[in-house]
Design a binder for this molecule. Structure first.
Ligand code: SF4
Ligand code: SF4
Length: 266
């Protein structure tokens, strides 16, 4: 992507930013994240349909923030993540420049995050047809069938936490699952512990997950954990006035309204 390479080179040469985060060719047919800190490395930047890793996962990392102002090559899901992270006070205009990449692979340099937000607002998060069909199928199951489905699907999870590492919204320095004094979630992989880990993960991401599928793509066992967050996304939209993350305003799980429904309390 010539425009991106050219702009990344200029940004580093003029010290407008200290690092440009983008994609480079990885092993085999895979791509991986590239951190351009020297102008001569800008030529390694690539962009094509294989570049689906959510690069926003890096912008909250201490090691990257310490370098100084960063620029990031951002597809729509990455831009959504950035706006969600900005609404959680994790990034701002002083430490981030967004080099947007449109669906037509065009480069748009945004002057600030307000402009990124305006761009993102044009596109609703839509669950793709295959996953929608799966959610509908799950919705039609009895409670017992659904319970069995998830017990079976989550059984092979061996808690490698690759899904957590790939998610831009999982930026806590220490996750609840890493505590052993007290231990909230059991460390070994077993039925109850796996269920607890994934329920906890889905709940922490409700109203924040921007549906990029990076967690699912990172799972070595292809466990469909993204169905849990997709379901929460659908429910939030249906029950809370079309709510969706990545749009500034009230945060779903930290906002209370006197007329909120209470029919979940029995
Ligand atoms: S789809 Fe997965 S990786 Fe992407 S924001 Fe949601 S939970 Fe995080
Ligand atoms: S990446 Fe897959 S196996 Fe690893 S913790 Fe997540 S769901 Fe479990």
């Amino acid at each position: 992507m010539v425009d991106l390479i050219k702009r990344a080179k200029e940004l580093i040469e003029t010290s407008a930013v200290r690092v440009v985060i983008g994609y480079e060719q990885g092993i085999g047919n895979k791509t991986r994240a590239l951190f351009v800190e020297k102008a001569e490395d800008a030529g390694k930047l690539i962009f094509d349909s294989r570049c689906v890793q959510n690069l926003a996962v890096y912008i909250t990392k201490k090691e990257i923030k310490e370098k100084g102002k960063m620029a990031i090559a951002a597809t729509l899901p990455v831009m959504r993540s950035i706006i969600q992270l900005a609404s959680e006070f994790q990034v701002n205009d002083n430490n981030l420049l967004v080099l947007g990449i449109t669906a037509e692979s065009k480069l748009i340099e945004f002057a600030n995050l307000v402009e990124v937000e305006t761009f993102v607002h044009q596109y609703q998060i839509e669950i793709d047809a295959r996953n929608k069909e799966m959610l509908d199928k799950l919705g039609k199951m009895t409670q017992a069938e659904r319970w069995k489905f998830w017990i079976d699907e989550l059984a092979p999870c061996f808690k490698c936490y690759a899904c957590r590492a790939a998610c831009p919204m999982c930026y806590c320095h220490r996750c609840t699952v890493d505590f052993n004094q007290p231990q909230w979630i059991p460390v070994p992989s077993h039925e109850l512990g796996n269920l607890e880990w994934h329920i906890m993960r889905a709940m922490h991401l409700t109203g924040r997950c921007i549906d990029c599928d990076a967690c699912y793509n990172a799972c070595p066992l292809s466990i469909p954990i993204n169905l849990l967050t997709k379901k929460m996304l659908e429910d939030a939209k249906e029950h809370f006035g079309g709510y969706q993350p990545s749009l500034k305003g009230d945060h779903l799980m930290s906002t209370y309204k006197p007329d909120d429904k209470e029919n979940f309390i029995h």
